[in-house]
Ligand binder design. Structure first.
Ligand code: NAP
Length: 311
């Protein structure tokens, strides 16, 4: 385990959009880490060791202490297993895997190996999420809704994996909403769902989901990837202390029209702080509730075939 003062020697696997947009900037100048290697078939990072596969990286760089796995979920389990087997701490991008049971298996392996496993949920670290959680904890919630609608062409150009089985389709952004909802609302269960699949794709482009809590609170979720123009990443709640709107993907909290909390997002620096914390305390952080809801939506949801999606 790394000492409390030495930077953690880190490798990254799967150099694509999220690595360039978020991981590399969050790690630049971060004293908790020393990024020493990457493994990617095509992507490269200048100034450090580059390898074509995680196996090659693990073999060539025994001083690695931890790895961040940023490839698509369908390819994550094998890489995570290799890293845990080699005694490395593992940071999993969201969603943590392609199935619930494979992540459970990784969780067990991390315990056996005495290393830390982090199922990261970046949206949970959006700046107004904790304020929303505190507000809701002091209220009676009468009803709640999630509206997560974005333009897939704008955010996921040329990402074939996202449309394949295990890529989750519209649940790739939708699971971000669920990672917030499962943090701020009481435990909820899916009672019905409709998933819309383009006739030429293996993953849904839209989903409407109904949840209920044990206290009989109804929560609806509307996910859609066909929204052009303004994008919607909002969670609403009707409460006995007013109407709550958590908007901008968790960046802004408004109650009855008054801004309660608004701040620029810094989700990935917060994720890496959390990862260093669990590595140094010898613990893991693996909450599967958002992924379980997605699995349940696929299990309980009705399927509708809709018009083909052309990139
Ligand atoms: P991406 O741009 O497609 O990059 C992923 C990289 O993983 C690819 O460039 C590829 O690099 C590598 N890879 C390894 N195995 C692969 C496989 N079987 N199929 C395709 N690529 C493979 O995807 P991304 O947007 O960075 O997303 C990666 C993960 O981050 C996803 O789980 C996503 O949900 C999550 N995430 C993305 C965003 C976002 O805004 N894009 C935000 C938050 C989280 P090589 O070809 O070099 O191996």
């Amino acid at each position: 385990m790394p000492s409390t003062s030495n930077p953690i020697a880190l490798g990254i696997v799967g150099v694509g959009k999220i690595v360039r947009d978020q991981h590399l900037p969050a790690l630049a100048g971060n004293d908790n880490y020393r990024l020493i290697a990457v493994a990617s078939r095509h992507g490269k990072v200048d100034g450090i060791a580059n390898f074509p596969s995680i196996e090659a990286m693990l073999e060539a760089v025994p001083t690695l202490e931890a790895v961040s796995l940023c490839m698509p979920p369908q390819a994550r389990y094998t890489a995570a297993r290799a890293a845990l087997d080699a005694g490395k701490h593992v940071f999993l991008e969201k969603p943590p895997g392609a199935t619930v049971s494979e992540v459970e298996d990784l969780r067990r392996l991390a315990v056996t190996k005495g290393v830390s496993l982090f199922a990261s949920w970046h949206s949970r670290y959006a700046p107004a999420v904790e304020a929303a959680r505190s507000f809701l904890a002091s209220t009676q919630i009468h009803a709640a809704s999630i509206v997560w609608k974005e333009d897939v062409r704008r955010w996921h150009p040329n990402q074939d994996w996202i449309w394949q089985a295990g890529g989750l389709g519209v649940f790739d952004p939708g699971i971000n909403a669920l990672s917030i909802a499962t943090h701020i609302f009481p435990a909820m269960f899916i009672t019905g769902a409709t998933l819309e699949f383009p006739e030429n794709r293996a993953a849904p482009i839209a989903a409407a989901i109904d949840f209920r809590t044990a206290q009989d609170l109804a929560v609806s979720a509307d996910f859609d990837w066909r929204q052009t123009g303004p994008q919607s990443w909002d969670i609403f709640a009707e409460t006995d202390r007013g109407q709550m709107a958590l908007s901008g993907g968790g960046a802004k909290l408004v109650v009855d029209g008054h801004v309660v909390h608004q701040e620029n997002e810094a989700e990935y620096p917060a994720l890496y702080r959390r990862f260093a914390e669990i590595v140094r305390s010898g613990t893991s952080d693996v909450d599967l509730a958002p992924l379980q809801h997605v699995a349940d939506a696929f299990m309980l949801g009705k399927r509708r075939t809709v018009e083909a999606f052309i990139d």
